[in-house]
Design a binder for this molecule. Structure first.
Ligand code: HAM
Length: 422
């Protein structure tokens, strides 16, 4: 019988890779705490309508990438394709606005999109992200960008830079939309069928289209740029953000084509791309969404946030040479005395000292045990000798070996801890 394999676009994260995940989780936890963000955990599936209303019917995500199914109660449910909609739903449902503003929330977990799998693009992938709800200040935009910049810096991604753009609020967007539609009217014949429809329903999405004829129709300096249609207020907020980013030493570049693939954005949008990742180079993306909370039935509150793709972050760490390997064991115990009860007791005591320790459970020869010890990454092998309470301790890097009472070994044990875990 053919063995069952993982579903297309899903991957197992094997032990050799989990050290980098642990490192990211611990840096994220620590930085979120330092920035005053609190973790929120929402369900993996929601009513389909939540995503359709927030991400937008005309987006690729809602149009063709969602895992939607009916449950036994004939409800239409969807595995979450992103975190923002769920966090805003929870914020409204639990009246978090009454607990002080802005509410600064963060999350981490799997997301699901039925995209064509390729390097850096999975059908089940993982994000961590933040949503800061309740202030329109560009200082908060700068803070969420600084927060990600800090995490990326602590993970060793030195060669980093944000791309930023500003779509503006309702008034700016209406002006930009008219200018864009006027331009698209001049190239209608070259647009794909979807984009001819989108021109009327949601023209900004045309800028995202991957169809070659649409891309070349838009490869023209005459394509209008959102920043030229901003109201004075929107322009000054965007200028303030840039002043703050410069003051904080955050590297960024303006990119007038950055519109992002979700409909809820209303102001600043940003992404960070990392060189060397191929076509899926965006390790994170986000921006301001000042209308979403109100549109989903909550109070009329502005918000800003981002999400980072953890698989892509790890690819970036591998490119930068900062991905980490599992630290392995400290001690491998070999029961040469053939006294399993004593071996189990010794192992328990060694582990109680805070050392990572294991032993052989297959009755292997001394030679095979030494091989297993080397494979485990242990710095030391401890061999239980037939003489009462005596052990031989072998340092695997120097090959030095001494026979000493188990008590003396325990006194030295703290020094045998692997450096990375001390
Ligand atoms: P997004 O740009 O759709 O934004 O996703 C954010 C990041 O998730 C991307 O930059 C990428 O690193 C990662 N990502 C997305 N799809 C995949 C995939 N199929 N495979 C691997 N990684 C992927 C959002 O999700 C918004 N909710 C961000 C946000 C939060 N905006 C405001 N608040």
């Amino acid at each position: 019988m053919d063995p069952i394999r993982a579903v297309k676009g899903t991957y197992d994260i094997l032990p050799e890779k989990t050290a980098s995940w642990h490192r990211i989780e611990s840096v994220v936890n620590d930085v979120m705490h330092r920035f005053g963000y609190y973790e929120i955990r929402t369900p993996l599936f929601e009513e389909t309508g939540l995503f359709a209303r927030s991400i937008g019917e005309d987006t690729d995500i809602v149009g063709k990438e969602m895992y939607t199914f009916r449950d036994l109660g004939d409800r239409s449910l969807t595995l979450r394709p992103e975190g923002t909609a769920s966090v805003v739903r929870a914020f409204i449902e639990h009246r978090l606005d009454q607990q002080g503003l802005p509410q600064k929330l963060w999350y981490m977990g799997p997301m699901f999109r039925q995209e064509r799998p390729q390097k850096g693009r999975q059908r089940q992938f993982h994000q961590f992200g933040v949503e800061a709800i309740g202030s329109p200040s560009p200082a908060l935009d700068a803070e969420v960008m600084l927060l990600f910049d800090t995490i990326a810096g602590e993970l060793g991604l030195d060669d980093r830079r944000f791309l930023i753009n500003c779509l503006g609020g309702a008034e700016s967007r209406t002006a930009y939309r008219s200018a864009l539609v006027a331009y698209l009217d001049t190239v209608t014949d070259n647009l794909c069928e979807d984009c001819r429809r989108r021109k009327a329903t949601n023209p900004l999405r045309v800028l995202d289209c991957k169809v070659p004829s649409c891309r070349s129709a838009l490869d023209n300096p005459d394509v209008p740029e959102p920043v030229h249609y901003l109201t004075d207020d929107d322009r000054s907020a965007f200028e303030n953000l840039q002043t703050y980013l410069s003051a904080l030493g955050i590297r960024y570049a303006l990119n007038s084509r950055l519109v992002r693939g979700l409909d809820y954005y209303t102001g600043t949008v940003f992404e960070m791309q990392y060189a060397g990742l191929g076509s899926q180079s965006a390790i994170m993306g986000g921006g301001r969404y000042d209308r979403l909370v109100g549109e989903l039935g909550g109070p009329d509150l502005p918000a800003v946030g981002f999400a980072c793709g953890i698989e892509r972050l790890i690819l970036a760490m591998e490119t930068a040479g900062t991905a980490i390997a599992e630290s392995g064991l400290d001690v491998f115990l070999v029961d040469a005395a053939l006294k399993p009860d004593q071996a189990l007791k010794y192992l328990k005591t060694i582990r109680e000292q805070g050392l990572a320790a294991d032993m052989d459970y297959l009755g292997r020869s001394m030679k095979a045990c030494m091989k297993a010890a080397a494979r485990s990454g242990a710095g030391y092998v401890v061999i239980i000798e037939p003489a009462d309470d005596m052990v031989s301790v072998k340092n695997l890097s120097t090959s030095e070996q001494r026979t000493i009472p188990f008590e003396s070994f325990l006194a030295e044990a703290p020094l045998m801890k692997n450096n990375e875990r001390k």
